[in-house]
Design a protein around this ligand. Structure first.
Ligand code: T3D
Length: 264
């Protein structure tokens, strides 16, 4: 399997659909898949034709995190430097997803474990099939949550639930993840891709510049004071107010027609 086969990519109507594609290994990450996903996220940054990203997995799982076959201690040699592998593979991709000023939708089609779960939580809007579950599998193998998981779980859930999930590795069913606010919603399995695709299409037809600034603003709120956030809202609204899509949005409202946003 070549790097490009490990992540399938299609661009249609502004939606870059990325499918993690190692179904026989529950889409666990080997180096090829890491680099293929990275390349596509970089493409999403650079290509103005991309106005939304939809991430999902092939087969019955979303992703089981790191491919543990690539970490087999029985093969001998020194212990792997996992700090180095995080810095080389997971962290740059996570940062690129968060920095991308376009909506990233994640359709969790099945089990999401370890870094697989935490990559999903880094996306902007997460839909999951009701049969899917999220597992902080790290505790089962003596590791700590990574790929941003310790950050997103603690921030979104608070310490009690974050610690319990991380220390026990107990699977969290999709509906409970939605009840807890960890994901946007859990939907019937058969409805997952139609709903995720419709959402991605609708966002891709939206005012991309304004949506991207909105993402930046909401992400900044976690560390800003109210004063800093008010200043940031002022500055980004100034920028949004100068966009062609704002002019189109207001004109369309006044003309009682659907806006035709160009993403600028
Ligand atoms: O290393 C670094 O760079 C540091 C970064 C670490 C990030 C991490 O993500 S660490 C955490 C790694 N992931 C795990 O520990 C999860 C391991 N997998 C599981 O616990 C289970 O597979 C699941 C709970 C996710 C699903 O269970 P189940 O019963 O539905 O499926 P299964 O039978 O266990 O798996 C199906 C196949 O996928 C199976 O292959 P086989 O026997 O049919 O040939 C299994 O070995 C394979 N598979 C599943 N997860 C992984 C995997 N192969 C390699 N690596 C995996 N992570």
């Amino acid at each position: 399997m070549t790097a490009s086969d490990t992540v399938l990519a299609t661009l249609d109507a502004g939606v870059l659909k990325l499918t993690l594609n190692r179904p026989e290994k529950l889409n666990s990450f080997n180096e090829d898949m890491h680099m293929a996903l990275r390349a596509q996220v970089v493409r999403a940054h650079e290509d103005t034709a991309v106005r939304a990203v939809l991430l999902t997995g092939a087969g019955r799982g979303f992703s089981a995190g790191q491919d543990l076959g690539d970490r087999d201690p029985r093969k001998g040699g020194p212990a792997p430097d996992l700090g180095h592998t995080l810095e080389t593979f997971y962290n740059p991709t996570l940062r690129l997803i968060r920095q991308l000023e376009k909506p990233v939708i994640c359709a969790v089609n099945g089990v999401a474990a370890g870094a697989g779960a935490n990559i999903a939580f880094a996306c902007d809007i997460v839909l999951a099939a009701k049969s899917a579950k999220f597992i902080q599998a790290f505790a089962k193998i003596g590791l700590v949550p990574d790929a941003g998981g310790s950050w997103s779980l603690a921030r979104i859930l608070g310490e009690p639930r974050a610690k319990a999930l991380a220390l026990t590795a107990e699977p969290l069913p999709a509906e409970k993840a939605a009840d807890w606010g960890l994901i946007w919603k859990a939907v019937e399995d058969a409805d997952l891709m139609p709903q995720a695709e419709a959402l991605a299409l609708s966002l891709a037809a939206g005012p991309t510049l304004g949506l991207g600034l909105t993402k930046r603003l909401i992400q900044a709120a976690a560390t800003n004071t109210l004063d800093e956030q008010l200043d940031m809202e002022r500055d980004l609204q100034q920028q949004a107010g100068r966009s062609a899509d704002y002019a189109e949005g207001v004109t369309a409202f006044l003309e009682k027609r659907k806006a035709e946003f160009k993403g600028k």
